[in-house]
Design a protein around this ligand. Structure first.
Ligand SMILES: [Ca+2]
Ligand SMILES: [Ca+2]
Ligand SMILES: [Ca+2]
Length: 199
């Protein structure tokens, strides 16, 4: 097998396979460093700083503005998934004051099921949070989820301030069609080049 073919096969396989790794602490909660939202799949309504919900950042937040009960963000996990394991499966971090009761509730839809959770003061900075179980959304034990819909629900003066979402039961990614294609190409390149080596 030529060196060039090995390089192509290796790069394609690395792109198609995710690695789990070190850990990150966010407001006292420990996560795998890939546990967080990777992308915004869809935006409905007007949002301030929607990309703030991506990654382990709790210094900024995504917020529906002006408030609209029909507005939502559909966020996705690309290098991981959330698994329905024991207990709560992910944490939603919301900006609030530094006192209990100053956080907004979070309205979430997964697999067509909608639930609303109060957020509780984390004890760190102005951050509140909710610990959420995929079982609440009808996900079977061991089932994986790669997308979460966040509603611009508001109470009083402002909308929910979505800072970050991290998987506690962090799973392997659910391959997107594009990723499946890359893995397929990688395997084909390997198989083809093996055949060439034999000939
Ligand atoms: Ca991720
Ligand atoms: Ca669970
Ligand atoms: Ca808030």
């Amino acid at each position: 097998m030529s060196r060039g073919l090995w390089m192509v096969a290796a790069v394609v396989l690395v792109l198609g396979c995710a690695a789990a790794n070190a850990s990150i602490v966010l407001a006292g909660q420990v996560y795998d460093d890939n546990a967080f939202v990777d992308e915004i799949i869809a935006i409905h309504g007007s949002w301030t700083n929607p990309a703030a919900v991506i990654g382990p950042n709790i210094m900024s937040y995504a917020q529906n503005n002006p408030p609209d009960a029909e507005a939502y963000l559909l966020v996705g996990f690309a290098d991981n998934s959330i698994v329905n394991g024991a207990g709560p499966d992910f944490v939603l971090h919301e900006a609030g004051g530094t006192l209990p009761g100053e956080g907004e509730p979070a309205k979430i839809t997964i697999n067509g099921v909608t639930n609303t959770y109060p957020t509780v003061y984390s004890g760190v900075g102005g951050t509140h949070r909710a610990y959420i179980d995929l079982g609440d959304f009808g996900v079977a034990p061991g089932g994986r989820v790669a997308a979460v819909q966040l509603w611009g629900l508001y109470s009083g003066l402002s909308g929910t301030e979505f800072m970050a979402i991290g998987a506690l039961n962090n799973g392997e990614p659910i391959p997107a069609p594009g990723a499946m294609w890359l893995v397929g190409v990688g395997l084909c390149v390997l198989r083809g080049s093996r055949r060439l080596t034999k000939a």
